[in-house]
Design a protein around this ligand. Structure first.
Ligand code: ADP
Ligand code: ADP
Length: 226
């Protein structure tokens, strides 16, 4: 099943910057793709086009069989960023269930789903804790839990572990792989500057080059997982 399909996709910003040129990429369900490349090679622009935050200016782009805008409206796409965007004055359960609350999901379901995702990231004993009481790694786990609560088909992560120390980063890499392996229908797109991280995590690595931003190479990674 084809989840993301870029055909000769390009992006020229209004100021004339050619951020992405001639990108071709087919992502099938259940893949874990890492995007690597120097700053300015168009990684964020590709993510922003896939999620409909910015429009593509060349080529054809379909996401989950429809337009990025429609796919996002159907709550099938979730994001995780490096900077956690947790609400500081509400506890973890309220933080992770916020996307459901905004959609009017009844409280009982919200609480059940909140407990489910906090358990997934190993934080079920911290439901009533405030974010500021947590370490950086734990805050990232909460951000991941909040992204997972809508059971997204497509999870986009932009340098999520970039600010973490090496040990915490490796722990979270293992945990993320565990979560991804459990749910065979979830596809992950992941930006990283760390080539080791890319090779460790992904089923394919997309290597990009700047000026103008292009997909230079797509490398298959033989995965040790079933
Ligand atoms: P990163 O390498 O983490 O993607 P960037 O500095 O390239 O960080 O970009 C961060 C955000 O700032 C991007 O998502 C982009 O929308 C915006 N941005 C980057 N360069 C420009 C620019 N020249 N003009 C306007 N916005 C920009
Ligand atoms: P990366 O995420 O790989 O660092 P970006 O996608 O952020 O790369 O940026 C690709 C190119 O597009 C860069 O030259 C950047 O300065 C430029 N850019 C990004 N956002 C904007 C924007 N909103 N307006 C103009 N130029 C931008």
């Amino acid at each position: 099943k084809l989840l993301v399909d870029l055909k000769n996709v390009g992006k020229v910003y209004p100021n004339g910057t050619i951020a992405v040129q001639n990108a071709n990429l087919e992502v099938t369900e259940g893949e874990f793709l890492c995007f690597v490349g120097p700053s300015g090679c168009g990684k964020s622009t590709i993510f922003n086009m896939i999620t409909g935050l910015t429009n593509h200016t060349e080529g054809d782009l379909s996401v989950l069989g429809t337009t990025p805008f429609q796919a996002r409206k159907q709550n099938e796409i979730a994001f995780v960023f490096q900077e956690h965007t947790l609400l500081p004055w509400t506890n973890l359960l309220e933080n992770v269930t916020l996307p459901l609350k905004l959609r009017g999901v009844p409280k009982k379901t919200r609480m059940e789903e909140g407990a489910r995702v906090l358990e997934l990231v190993g934080l079920k004993d911290y439901m009533k804790v405030l974010p500021r009481q947590l370490s950086g790694g734990m805050k990232m786990r909460v951000s991941i839990a909040r992204a997972l609560i809508s059971r997204p088909k497509l999870l986009l992560m932009d340098e999520p572990f970039g600010a973490l120390d090496e040990i915490t980063r490796q722990t979270l890499q293992d945990e993320l792989l565990g979560i991804w392996q459990k749910d065979k229908s979830m596809t992950v797109l992941f930006i990283t500057h760390n080539v080791f991280e890319a090779v460790f995590l992904s089923t394919r690595v997309v290597v990009m080059t700047p000026r103008p931003g292009k997909i230079a190479e797509i490398i298959d990674i033989p995965h040790p997982f079933p």
